[in-house]
Write a protein that binds this ligand. Structure first.
Ligand SMILES: [Zn+2]
Ligand SMILES: [Zn+2]
Length: 349
């Protein structure tokens, strides 16, 4: 058990726009309701590159980045009873108050006091992380730490979108964008029993890989994807579309490609303005346009179940590991912004 004076290694954002730095920091003390987790794996996320670049503002520096965390329980506070030292665990990244209206009704992503680990408080680019006990859950033995970690962000948000849109088996689906979210959305839609899943992309390498995951590629450079989807669905369109790119054009296409009673989930962040034709595109078909923000702790166990059953998987070559080292992490953050494949980088400690 670590002593109170002990130090640990961490990789921190010290200055916006500058490379992350290796640091030696105090091992955090935990309170009665908290857990100290020995980090085994922490995913490198696109958002982390945004934090480093100053695109998503961070108020308080230095901060240890990293919000996709799995590891083993090191110590538990006296009021934490659902876990014990050495348990394999994954960490829900949003620390919320637990008692406001949103928290009490299971919508903690709207908690006014919510803090994201690895942004508002120290995250998982470190040997240890301190989190409230209620953010920590058992990671099944069959799931590697690296997989558990990277499911905490894009896979979880993709699942939330499917849940929000009430996706049912045998419905037809169109996914706009085949990045980290699209990769999970395709696998999850298949796991939900949807066999007809179109994936709209422009990148040739991504288009080539869509079929290997059971999707139907739609090359948006070869013609209007709405026309292509309509043609493939006998003129009807799809039951559900999910927009992950964050552009007005693809948001509009996600709506236009729907059939009667269709639902479009908007996930991609943008400041652009989208336009819809109220009568012909929405009212006349009773279409729903659904906003999706983040995900819930309560959704994570289903992800684990799907991963355990092999429905959500990360094939050989889709993950690569690096060490807890600022130079390697900075290089990975440089790459994450220009990557055109599905290779996710995970810090393995
Ligand atoms: Zn993330
Ligand atoms: Zn709250």
């Amino acid at each position: 058990m670590p002593s109170r004076e002990a130090l640990m290694r961490a990789v921190q954002l010290v200055e916006i726009g500058a490379p992350l730095e290796d640091a030696e920091v105090s091992l955090p003390d935990i309170g009665a309701s908290e857990i100290l987790v020995r980090v085994a794996a922490c995913g490198i996320c696109h958002s982390d590159a945004h934090y480093r670049a100053g695109i998503s503002p961070i108020d308080s520096l230095p901060v240890t980045l990293g919000h996709e965390v799995a590891g083993r329980v090191e110590t538990v506070g006296r009021d934490v009873h659902h876990l014990s030292p050495k348990s394999r665990v994954y960490v829900h990244y949003l620390v919320s108050c637990g008692c406001c209206d949103f928290c009490r009704h299971g919508h903690e992503q709207f908690c006014g006091k919510g803090q994201m680990i690895g942004k508002h408080r120290d995250g998982g680019y470190a040997e240890f992380i301190k989190v409230p006990g209620r953010n920590v859950f058992v990671l099944p033995d069959a799931i590697p730490f690296e997989h558990g970690a990277i499911m905490m962000c894009s896979s979880a948000t993709a699942l939330h979108a499917l849940n929000k849109a009430r996706l049912k088996s045998d419905e037809s689906v169109a996914i706009f964008g085949f990045g980290g979210l699209g990769f999970s959305a395709l696998q999850l839609a298949k796991a939900f029993g949807c066999h007809e899943v179109y994936v709209v992309e422009i990148n040739p390498a991504k288009l080539a890989s869509i079929a290997t995951f059971g999707g139907i590629p739609v090359d948006a450079t070869a013609g209007d994807p709405v026309d292509q989807i309509r043609e493939a669905t006998g003129g009807k369109g799809v039951d559900f579309s999910i927009e992950l790119v964050g552009s007005a054009v693809t948001m509009e296409q996600a709506v236009q490609g729907l059939r009667v009673f269709g639902r479009a989930a908007l996930v991609g962040l943008t400041t652009e303005t989208m336009s819809v034709l109220p009568y012909s595109e929405v009212i006349n078909k009773e279409i729903e346009i659904i906003g999706v923000s983040d995900h819930l702790a309560a959704e994570l166990p289903l992800l684990m179940q799907l991963a355990r059953n092999g429905k959500l998987y990360f094939p050989q070559g889709t993950l690569r590991s690096i060490g807890l080292d600022a130079a390697q992490i900075n290089a990975a953050l440089d790459e994450v912004t220009k990557s055109s494949d599905h290779i996710r980088t995970v810090i393995a400690i």
